[in-house]
Design a protein around this ligand. Structure first.
Ligand code: ATP
Length: 954
């Protein structure tokens, strides 16, 4: 009897304990929802805001499982450019293009997880340097051209090439970014959409003629090269109209003191007014000015393209196979990882894989520096150029490359040795390699040691052996996912676990231990449901809003290498439509010349033309905006005629009335350009932060265009309410060269719906500008709540039954725990119940009682799904849940609406197939991979890796 009493009382105590946990957890969650501070998105911890684009903020973040820094760029989901950007960007895998790791789609936003480029923009670099040394210029420009060559080879044109869209990584290598205007383009097809940035626009674009997309990129490259070398832009006037006139009619000024004959020749070719006379990207790479980099990059790029065309370049190397195997042992579904990568899903598995692989590659490179001294090293070029001998760097670089080859072969041998299980130390000593070749310094010695251990640690059954750094990645990852699970139990209740154990003894927690253990038994068919780690990467997105009282990311930890650059937003000047309409010289005073400022006189001092202090380097907004340009050419006033060319009828400089980008920028932002203007006053022109333009309503020609299918792609992806499609259907563009995507073939009505605001970018940007970091709007908060996939499987009541203390043993409560895992980025079978549902599906009456029922009828309808909060659905919930946090079936619509993405697109797949993506490993998993590494290991040498181009200069 006593025993029975004891058992009963214990059970009650446990129940009370659980209640307390739930209560505390609920309260915590409630306060999290109340805050507006954003510190986590998916698996990423937000560290700081590092920039602000036209359509959203840019954050520095940390991928928590791998501790890799990334950049997260946000954009409103209804911005058509983001679709375009993601669509193209994810297809590019090239060392001089920023990597796109992951896309997180939430209710209202798209979060692009990108490679972090701490060197910032080339624009900033140029601003700092005033002029880029010719040797560095050669290499950087070769890299930029390489990226363009790559894109062009894939039949894509960038259309917004500019200094601001070229970032520098930590090694000083160029990385092309911002593919918001990119599109596919057949050879010599003519496009019509006016887009780009005025000062980088080719004459034919400025004249609003149809244009060859490839050729306008070449022109922009000319502007970039000229600006890099000269520290000033070739065509840059205060007044855009003047700039355009110059672009069409004048040649840039060449300063022979600055420009070598070779560079001058190249720039001249690039800035050919007649697009037909401009060279191809390949010709540019082969130009003498870019040697030796140009031809090397050309060769490498051709190889990359050939490989990528030939099939997947993934999972061929020994490193990748080892990594995959290891993840498999950790419980990840390797098949899903493969699918994610091969299908370019850009989901959280992709993010995890790519970042992990990068980290491993980096480690391996450090251990076995195959190409530690790339001849493409910017730093070396600079050093060489500073040493005074213009040619010396080339020799040194080639010498270094020879050295590297030696070391590489050793590295290869070493890693092979390690694979065969023979002690590395033994091997090294037995082979008696000569000292200088084998290990060149103490550092390498240490690294070799590490590598051996890490390789050894990959041997089956040795996962948990203590090993140096390399093993730490996996340990950290494992800890990360464990902790996430652990937090569920221990975030409250004074660190006590339900079973009474303390937080510190998390590993002794039966439930956690069980789950992790079971996760390691991946191949056991009976334990599929227990593969916890493989479910860590659900498409469900967690955006965590921390309580304000919580510790913010400490300022010391934020590693921002350079002060923030506040983009000066141009307002009036950016309204191209207004400018365009004002640009009729006959009725606009501001474009008439004053007698003293004859435009024929090219020597007119800029001080007289500018309404701002004279400077050589000035900052401008580079805001991307739309214009009302017509592309049909009928209203163009930039037609180049002989008479106009000889006597431009432009410009009466009426500073007060003129729409000046500069003046408006500085006025509006209160940021005087004087500081920047003081730099290099003697120079006559400016490097301006520029504005990207895209014609929004480009008349009939736009919509009837057979080639320029901008609106096709936006159609394909914009998550507009479905019925709008019917009411605003526009004639489909049938002959688009874009892939066809079912509903996507109908031009996106959202274009109309949103065009008003798009045409008035000032308002849009005004909103953005005022918003401060970490202070999202209530709308944002709302979206965060809504974004969580409604993967609930809880009971039909708002009051959940109190379970017994052994939560994991109860089928009901076990599913609840799993559900919580799902919300911590782990998919589960229960969570997948909701699957994809259309707008119509996502209504209350679909509720079958499996989900938590809405209380009352005011539950949000389609598109505003209330999602399961991070810790919100707990078993044993013994009190009513407020309405706003009730779960309802069908809430997944916002994330998974098939109408949102093009059905044919892989991107749509990732948004909707979390279920399929996270199946437990099937029997036909990569068993063959596991068998024999060495078979595939030999490929590694041939595989493209960033190391082929880059150097580990750090
Ligand atoms: N990968 C990155 N690494 C480091 N910084 C970045 C990265 N991407 C963007 N940034 C920073 O964020 C700022 C804004 O980013 P970005 O220019 O891509 O936004 P945007 O919306 O495309 O702007 P715009 O259209 O006006 O060019 C950049 O100036 C840059 O400083």
């Amino acid at each position: 009897m006593n025993i029975v009493m004891t058992v009963t009382s214990t059970t009650r105590a446990e129940q009370n304990n659980i209640k307390a946990i739930i209560s505390s957890s609920y309260n915590k969650l409630y306060s999290e929802f109340a805050t507006t501070e954003l510190t986590e998105v998916g698996n990423y911890k937000i560290l700081d805001q590092i920039g602000e684009g036209s359509f959203g903020k840019v954050y520095l973040a940390l991928h928590r499982p791998t501790h890799r820094k990334v950049v997260i760029k946000t954009s409103a989901k209804n911005d058509p450019n983001i679709v375009r950007e993601v669509f193209y960007h994810r297809q590019f895998t090239y060392p001089y293009i920023t990597k796109l790791y992951e896309i997180i789609v939430t209710e209202t936003k798209v979060w692009m997880v990108l490679e972090y480029c701490p060197g910032k923009e080339l624009y900033d670099h140029l601003l700092k340097m005033k002029r880029i040394p010719i040797a560095e210029c050669t290499e950087l420009f070769a890299q930029i051209v390489g990226a363009v060559y790559y894109a062009h080879s894939l039949n894509c044109v960038h259309r917004d090439l500019k200094l601001e869209n070229i970032l520098l990584d930590k090694n000083g290598n160029a990385k092309l970014t911002d593919f918001g205007f990119t599109r596919e383009c057949m050879q010599k097809s003519s496009l019509e959409t006016i887009c780009g940035t005025t000062v980088y626009m080719a004459p034919e674009l400025t004249e609003r003629k149809t244009y060859d997309g490839f050729k306008i990129d070449i022109w922009a490259l000319g502007v970039i090269l000229y600006t890099m070398i000269c520290g000033a832009m070739p065509f840059d006037e205060d007044d855009e109209t003047k700039t355009k006139w110059k672009i069409i009619n004048e040649d840039p000024e060449f300063n022979d003191n600055i420009m070598s004959p070779e560079s001058k020749d190249l720039v001249k070719q690039l800035l050919e007014k007649d697009p037909a006379n401009r060279p191809s990207v390949k010709d540019i790479l082969l130009h003498s000015f870019l040697q030796p980099y140009g031809s090397i990059i050309l060769e490498k790029t051709d190889k990359i393209i050939a490989k990528q065309r030939g099939g997947s370049t993934h999972f061929n190397s020994r490193l990748e196979r080892r990594l995959l195997k290891r993840l498999g042992r950790m419980g990840f579904d390797t098949q899903s990882i493969k699918q994610s990568i091969l299908k370019k899903k850009c989901d959280s598995l992709s993010g995890l894989w790519l970042l992990l692989l990068e980290k491993e590659k980096k480690l391996e490179k450090r251990h076995y520096p195959r190409r530690s001294r790339s001849i493409l090293s910017v730093r070396r070029v600079i050093e060489s150029s500073l040493s005074g001998d213009p040619m010396s760097h080339d020799d040194n670089l080639f010498k270094a490359s020879l050295e590297v080859t030696k070391v590489a072969s050793i590295g290869k041998m070493i890693s092979k040795t390690a694979d065969t299980g023979i002690s590395m130390t033994q091997q090294l000593s037995s082979r008696k390699l000569s000292e200088p070749t084998m290990i060149r310094d103490k550092k390498s010695t240490v690294n070799h040691g590490r590598s051996v251990s890490s390789i050894t640690a990959m041997k089956p059954g040795r996962e948990n052996e203590s090993s140096p750094k390399k093993n730490n990645i996996f340990k950290k990852m494992s800890d990360f996912f464990k902790n996430k699970k652990h937090e569920i139990y221990t975030q409250s209740n004074n660190g006590r676990l339900p079973n009474g154990s303390s937080t510190n003894s998390g590993r002794t927690s039966t439930s956690i231990k069980n789950s992790m253990d079971s996760s390691r038994t991946r191949n056991s068919p009976n334990k599929k449901s227990a593969q916890v780690p493989s479910k860590l990467s659900t498409r469900t997105t967690n955006v965590t809003l921390y309580n304000k009282q919580r510790k913010k990311p400490s300022a010391e930890k934020i590693q921002i290498e350079e002060p923030k650059v506040k983009r000066i937003k141009s307002t009036i000047s950016s309204d191209m439509s207004r400018q365009a309409s004002n640009s009729n010289y006959e009725d606009t005073d501001s474009y008439l010349l004053s007698p003293s400022q004859s435009y024929d006189n090219k020597k007119v001092p800029l001080t007289q033309l500018h309404s701002r202090p004279l400077s050589s380097i000035s900052q401008m907004s580079n805001e991307t905006y739309t214009s009302d340009y017509s592309t049909d050419g009928t209203t163009s006033f930039f037609q180049r005629t002989p008479s106009e060319a000889s006597k431009p009828p432009l410009y009466k400089t009426n500073s007060a009335n003129a729409i000046s980008q500069y003046s408006s920028s500085s006025n509006l932002n209160g940021q005087s350009t004087e500081k920047l203007n003081n730099v290099g006053k003697s120079q006559g022109r400016f490097i301006r932060r520029t504005q990207s333009i895209r014609s929004e309503t480009s008349s009939t020609s736009e919509r009837s265009s057979k080639t320029d299918s901008f609106y096709d792609i936006t159609t394909a992806s914009l998550p507009v309410v479905s019925d709008m499609r019917n009411t605003h259907r526009i004639t489909p563009i049938k002959e688009s060269v874009l892939p066809r995507f079912g509903v996507a073939q109908h031009p996106w009505p959202g274009q109309r719906a949103y065009s008003a605001s798009r045409r008035n970018p000032i308002q849009r940007r005004g909103r953005n500008r005022k918003s401060t970091f970490l202070k999202s709007s209530s709308r944002e908060t709302d979206s965060v709540i809504k974004e969580e996939e409604s993967v609930s499987s809880s009971g039909g009541d708002d009051t959940l039954p109190v379970t017994n203390g052994v939560m994991m043993n109860s089928p009901f409560t076990y599913s609840k725990i799993q559900h919580q895992d799902t919300l911590l980025n782990k998919p589960n079978q229960v969570g997948d119940k909701t699957e994809t549902c259309s707008d119509e599906d996502c209504v209350d009456d679909e509720n079958n009682g499996d989900d938590i029922s809405p209380i009352g009828s005011n539950t949000p309808k389609s598109g505003s799904a209330v999602n399961t909060p991070l810790n919100g659905s707990y078993p044993g919930l013994s009190y009513p849940v407020p309405k706003m946090y009730q779960l309802q079936k069908g809430s997944s619509q916002s994330l998974r609406s098939p109408k949102m993405m093009s059905p044919g697109s892989e991107w749509s797949a990732y948004a909707s197939d979390s279920k399929s993506s996270f199946h437990a490993a099937s029997g036909d998993d990569d068993e063959e991979d596991d068998d024999d590494d060495s078979v595939h290991g030999a490929d590694q040498e041939d595989n493209f890796s960033e190391g082929d181009f880059e150097t580990s200069r750090d």
